[in-house]
Each structure stands twice: as structure tokens, then as C-alpha cells.
Design a protein around this ligand. Structure first.
Ligand SMILES: Cc1ncc(COP(=O)(O)O)c(C=O)c1O
Length: 453
């Protein structure tokens, strides 16, 4: 049976087909428009190719690893071949492991549980909470927000120079910011980490969907990413990289699949021999559909040609940034400045507007789905907004009055499936809303703006 079906569109100038591209949504002002999904940084739509591959496989679905039947064997092959596809997609080295998880958050928590005792962890305060928070049992050093890529390297070098050179250490860094879209100097940070005897994990949640990631070339020790941001929203994620810390650690979850042998002891206890492969951290029945979907997405992006996808996305980035630059009231958030290379993730505030109100109007009056808030990167967004990065205020707290500093931001994000029309509609909508104001009344419900209908 062949479970591979359609081949992705390889044209430089055409978006890859995604599910939902023809979905109509109602406007409060009357009529319907096709939904403009511009919240890829949160979750990207499924690639049509991924959906087709999953649908072609679904009738053959069977239990993985433990079944004797034909479909179990077929599913096991598919599962393990998916591991090989992901390893190839990430440019894994000989001996690297690809562990399937639920998401980037899960992957980083798994690594946090596997770091050796006494490990020092270094993480910039600008990280997404998934990178900032999992290191509960380690000694964590939070590094101040750098304002240039060079400053990031120097800040890390200074922090590492002060550390105990004989103990284990890990640096956790994002590849592309989920707030500014800016690319971080991953290769240079990896070189700095290694020069000081530390390891490095790359949070590629926002990088992998927009840019080729190569573990060997960038010389990072681990990479984490999520399927649902890589056009494969079926509940799987990946942690790939060095096997030693993973093999030496206790299994992330204890249970079937992670254990090779289990026997009762004469003293009444239980002896366990754990797997030393990726299975050690994949206890329980694996999500074969989710894993196959990730592998399908990896193939689709590779076959479409990442260079042409990057080129096309950059033309959309330029369109949005140039459009926003024409509106005096809009301030785009940036850590590294206008010239920094970036992916299709752009956050901004609009003077005199509550961000939740603006996002609600984009949705209700233009059929455009963006995101507003602090994007699970509270210290970074507060720094960029000029508010207090130590403010423990909650996401969705009351917004600034017109003329005051905004407390939340708006984020527009897009990728391989985005047609030009979506970003053009977005730029037009921003200009119209700023010039003419909202055409509808809105009210606040549970801290969010919604149309008053
Ligand atoms: C940079 C970054 N890292 C980690 C995550 C967490 O990803 P997930 O929610 O899929 O675990 C996100 C999600 O937005 C992210 O943007």
C-alpha cells in the first residue's frame, strides 16, 4: 500500500495548499469573507499534503511496537520511518536520537528532567515561557535582554566565563522569536557555549516552520519543535539531539514502551531495565498519526524547496513591514532593529488603541485572525513595550487608556500557506481602522474585547 499521496506545489510564488483556505467567516458589518489565518506563530493550518497523507494512512492504522498483526507491523514501520525522516529533516548526526513528544513545551520539559545533577542552565529573559520555565531542578541564570545579536553572544560569553568550568551546563536559546520574528545567532551562541564546556538546546518552535534547521551545521546539541506549528496539528512534537544525557536520565514517563524487562524481586519489589533508545522517553502508546503527520510535513517542506518558501515568505514580511511603516500610529516591536533578519512573525502596538480592541476589529470587520496579548513571553513583551519586565500582572489585564503606553501587543504571523491577499487585506485593514476607527461597537467579556452584538 502507498500512504503517500499528493505532491506539494513547488512553485516559488504560490502558497502551499493548506486546509481552511476557502473557509468563509461572517463579518459583523454584513456578508462573509474567506478567513485570513494570520496567527501561524500560535498554530499553523494543516498542509493539504499532510492531511492527505494522514487520510491515506488512517484505514491502515494499528497499534505501534506491540502488535503481531499486519497493520501493527505496517504502523510500526511508518512510525520508525517517520523518525528517520525527521532525523534527515533536522540534519541529525550519527548517534543523535529523535524522541517524539507532545510539543516543544513537552520536549524542553523532558530535557529539563534529563539534565545531569548540578547542571547550570543559562537562558535569556527574552525566551518564550516554554524555554524560560522548565528548569526547575537546575541552577538557572537568566540573562538580560540583548539589543543586538552581538550583545547576545557577549552576554552569554560573560556569563559562561564566570561559571564552574567542571560542572555540566546547558544554554537554552530560541532560533526565531515568537514576538519579533527576529533570528538569533544560533551558530555563534553554540560556539560560545561549547568553548566554555556547556551544551546548547535550540528552541526551534518558530524557526523550523520558516527556515531549514540543521543540527550538525549549527552545532547545537538538541533541537525542539512542535508539529502544530509545522503544519501538522495532530498532537506531536520532537526533541532531537545527543543521546548521552537522555540515555543516562531516568525515563521521562515510567511505563510500558520505555521498559525492556520488568520482574518481581524476591523481596517483593520490582526490577526494571529501561530502554536506552528514544523509546526510553516515549512510554505509553505513541501518537502514530501525529508522528506520521510531522514526517509528512518535513517531506512536504523539503520537496517544495525551503529556499523558495523562505524567499516567498520574505516578500510577505516586506509587504507587511512596509505597510505598517506607512502608519505613524503603529509601532513595530523589535529587539535587534530594522535590519535584523526575521521570519513572518511581527508584533506591534497602535497608539490610542487597546490591542484587544484592535485585534477584535480585525476579526469582526475584516475576517482576519491575529493574536493580542503578551504571547507567553511576558518579560520580553514588557521590555519592548517599555513597561516593567518584572511586573507580575496577568495576561489580559486592563489595557492602557488612549494615549497611554499599551500593556499588550498585537501579533500577525504567516508562512508557507499564506496567500498575498491575506497580508494585503491586513495592511489595508490596519490603515482603515487607524484612519476611520472601528465601524462597530465592542465590549469587554472575560478580559477580552468582543463585538457588542
Ligand atoms: C518560541 C516558542 N517556543 C516554545 C513554544 C511552545 O510551543 P508549544 O505550545 O507547541 O509547546 C512556542 C509556542 O508558541 C514558541 O513560540
Amino acid at each position: 500500500m502507498s500512504v503517500s499521496s499528493t505532491v506539494a506545489d513547488a512553485s516559488v510564488c504560490t502558497p502551499l495548499p493548506v486546509l481552511g483556505r476557502d473557509v468563509l467567516v461572517p463579518l459583523v458589518t454584513g456578508g462573509e469573507v474567506t478567513y485570513a489565518a494570520l496567527d501561524y506563530a500560535a498554530s499553523a493550518p494543516a498542509l493539504q499534503r499532510v492531511w492527505d497523507d494522514v487520510a491515506a494512512y488512517a484505514p491502515y492504522y494499528g497499534s505501534v511496537h506491540r502488535g503481531a498483526g499486519y497493520l501493527s507491523q505496517l504502523s510500526t514501520d511508518l512510525f520508525e520511518n517517520s523518525r528517520a525522516t525527521v532525523a534527515e529533516f533536522l540534519g541529525c548526526r550519527e548517534g543523535d536520537q529523535v524522541v517524539f513528544t507532545r510539543s516543544t513545551t513537552d520536549s524542553l520539559n523532558l530535557l529539563a528532567a534529563a539534565v545531569p545533577a548540578g547542571c547550570q542552565v543559562f537562558v535569556f529573559e527574552t525566551e518564550h515561557h516554554a524555554s524560560l520555565l522548565p528548569w526547575r531542578d537546575a541552577e538557572v541564570t537568566y540573562l538580560n535582554a540583548p539589543r543586538t545579536p552581538q550583545q547576545a553572544i557577549e552576554t552569554l560569553e560573560r556569563a559562561l566565563a564566570d561559571r564552574d568550568p567542571y560542572g555540566p551546563a546547558l544554554v537554552c536559546v530560541t532560533g526565531a522569536s515568537n514576538v519579533t520574528g527576529e533570528l538569533w545567532p544560533v551558530k555563534e551562541l553554540a560556539a560560545a557555549a561549547h568553548a566554555h564546556g556547556a551544551r546548547i538546546v535550540l528552541d526551534a518552535a518558530q524557526l523550523a516552520p520558516h527556515h531549514p534547521v540543521d543540527i550538525a551545521e549549527s552545532d547545537v546539541d538538541w533541537v525542539a519543535f512542535s508539529g502544530h506549528k509545522l503544519y501538522a496539528p495532530f498532537g506531536s512534537g520532537v526533541l532531537a539531539g545527543r543521546s548521552d544525557w537522555l540515555t543516562e536520565a531516568e525515563p521521562y514517563l515510567a511505563g510500558g514502551g520505555a521498559s525492556r524487562k520488568v520482574a518481581r524481586r524476591t523481596d517483593g519489589g520490582v526490577d526494571v531495565e529501561w530502554h536506552t533508545t528514544a523509546a526510553r522517553h516515549e512510554a505509553g502508546s505513541p501518537n502514530v498519526i501525529g508522528v506520521y503527520a510531522i514526517a509528512s510535513a518535513c517531506k512536504a517542506l523539503t520537496e517544495a524547496g525551503f529556499d523558495s518558501l523562505v524567499e516567498r515568505e520574505q516578500s510577505l514580511v516586506t509587504k507587511v513591514r512596509e505597510g505598517l511603516a506607512e502608519v505613524d500610529e503603529v509601532k513595530v516591536l523589535s529587539l535587534f532593529g530594522d535590519d535584523a533578519p526575521r521570519v513572518g512573525v511581527i508584533s506591534f502596538v497602535v497608539e490610542g488603541w487597546n490591542s484587544s480592541h484592535f485585534a477584535a476589529a480585525l476579526s469582526a470587520e475584516y475576517g482576519i485572525g491575529v493574536r493580542d496579548g503578551l504571547f507567553c513571553a511576558h518579560p520580553l513583551v514588557r521590555t519592548l513595550l517599555g513597561s516593567d519586565p518584572q511586573d507580575p500582572g496577568e495576561c489580559g489585564a486592563p489595557e492602557a487608556e488612549p494615549g497611554e503606553r499599551s500593556l499588550n501587543a498585537i501579533r500577525v504571523s504567516f508562512g508557507a500557506g499564506t496567500p498575498d491577499e491575506h497580508v494585503e487585506r491586513f495592511v489595508r485593514a490596519v490603515k482603515e481602522l487607524v484612519r476611520d476607527g472601528a465601524r462597530w461597537n465592542y465590549r469587554t467579556e472575560d478580559g477580552r474585547c468582543v463585538p457588542a452584538v
